[in-house]
Design a protein. Structure first.
Lengths: 222, 226
């Protein structure tokens, strides 16, 4: 039976740590892009005009049903054949994850916006707000409060999904873990370390978001 | 090769696609048969009155949900065999990884299903002089499972999507076979597009079933009214 070998673990840890930066880079970029894409998709999806809301609904259907790994494969191997330009590993992974995050985000935006009753829109118009002003001062503050937990879930899910980028050899955390496992013949330390780091990242992020949510509720309730 | 789509070789390798689909179904069924019972047990433990049991279950659920599925698959395939000195084949490793993580997700689904059953049911059971265990098994649990069915289907779809990751340790499921076809036919665009379409069609069909089930269940519930 092999046990956890501390010295080797400490020697190779810097390799694994260097992967964290890439993981966070990919995750935050995907989450940010996803939020923006989702806002566009959600706003269009909440529209009363069927034609306008059709495209976002299709988009969400497509990207929620295809696994992230299939998307990443497609972006890295299939897309270059189609448009004659090879995306580098980061861009391919980002494209796939941003579209993936965007579809979840789009659903959150859509249901969040539709949950705000029509009377709020009418009240804002009655008070003389233009559509942008109504969004900024009346609709969004109410909607964001409700949507925030769902966005946190989406962010956590996207961060976990970033580990899939390792299959196209993007040098993030899991890929570095594989490297260590293969180089030092120590898969236990490598993969357990990677798992623990993910747990710490996700757990820490959840805790931080709980604090943010409390502050946000206090601000938005004003 | 750019815009001249050529699906002939893809269709010619239909047996390989079917083999991949069978692999996906195999892994999904084995992982589900682990995840659902274990999830139910976990949910019961989680709402247990004994503090340490509830806390331990909570930790398990938290950890299993915070770790990416791919990391777990790698861990079970490469690390576990060394720890417990057992040879692990790809199916077992992937089943354990997806099943144990799925159990955590299903536990949360069952937990909210159980807690969504009207408190009046408990009181009715007490009034009929049933023991707590009897009330739970014969009164609460059937209703809880029925309430959770739509979300259970959603989670099953998520699990099925997760099986695509098992290809990275060499388990011959759809994505693995698609990569194989892409490499042997030198047609990655057609191969991966077909792969995406297959997943899209299957998952969308399952989602639709889930939605129809939800509508049917919803109507039935109000008809029978508590």
């Amino acid at each position: 039976m092999t046990w956890f070998d501390i010295p080797t673990f400490l020697n190779s840890f810097h390799i694994i740590l260097s992967g964290i930066g890439n993981t966070l880079l990919l995750s935050t970029s995907a989450i940010a892009s996803g939020l923006v894409i989702g806002m566009a998709a959600g706003l269009a999806g909440a529209s009363r005009h069927r034609l306008v809301s059709l495209a976002p609904r299709l988009y969400v259907e497509i990207f929620r049903n295809i696994p992230a790994i299939v998307l990443i494969f497609w972006m890295y191997y299939a897309l270059p054949v189609l448009i004659g330009w090879q995306a580098d590993r980061f861009t391919a992974a980002l494209l796939a994850l941003a579209l993936y995050a965007g579809s979840y985000s789009g659903e959150i935006w859509r249901s969040g916006l539709m949950a705000i009753g029509r009377n709020q829109h009418e009240a804002a118009a009655a008070l003389g707000f233009g559509s942008v002003g109504a969004m900024r001062w009346v609709i969004l503050p109410q909607a964001l409060r409700a949507m925030f937990p769902s966005f946190v879930s989406m962010a956590i899910d996207t961060t976990k999904m970033s580990s899939v980028a390792s299959v196209i050899a993007y040098q993030e955390l899991l890929y570095k873990g594989q490297l260590v496992a293969v180089t030092y013949y120590r898969p236990i330390e490598a993969y357990t370390g990677v798992a623990v780091i993910f747990i710490v990242i996700v757990g820490g992020f959840s805790l931080a978001m709980e604090v943010v949510e409390r502050r946000l509720t206090r601000i938005l309730k004003r | 090769m750019s815009y001249s789509w050529d699906f002939t070789q893809i269709f010619a390798s239909a047996p390989i696609w079917i083999d991949g689909a069978i692999g996906t179904l195999r892994l999904t069924s084995t992982a589900l048969s682990l995840a659902i019972p274990l999830g139910l047990i976990l949910a019961i433990l989680r709402i247990s009155g004994i503090w340490i049991v509830s806390r331990a279950a909570g930790w398990y659920i938290n950890i299993a949900r915070s770790t990416p599925a791919l990391v777990l698959i790698f861990w079970f395939f490469f690390a576990l065999p060394l720890i417990i000195d057992v040879q692990m084949n790809e199916l077992t490793a992937a089943t354990l990884a997806l099943g144990l993580q799925g159990a955590a997700f299903f536990a949360e689904v069952f937990r909210s299903g159980i807690q969504s059953v009207h408190a009046g049911q408990w009181e009715a059971g007490k009034a009929l002089a049933l023991t707590n265990r009897q009330i739970f098994t014969y009164l609460i649990l059937p209703q809880a499972v029925r309430n959770s069915l739509p979300v259970l289907i959603t989670m099953t779809i998520e699990l099925m999507k997760g099986t695509a990751l098992a290809g990275s340790v060499g388990f011959p499921e759809l994505a693995y076979r698609a990569s194989e076809i892409a490499n042997t036919t030198y047609r990655p665009l057609e191969a991966y597009t077909v792969l995406a379409i297959i997943f899209l069609v299957v998952m969308a069909a399952l989602s639709q079933c889930g939605r129809m089930l939800e509508r049917r269940l919803g109507r039935g519930y109000t008809r029978e009214s508590v």
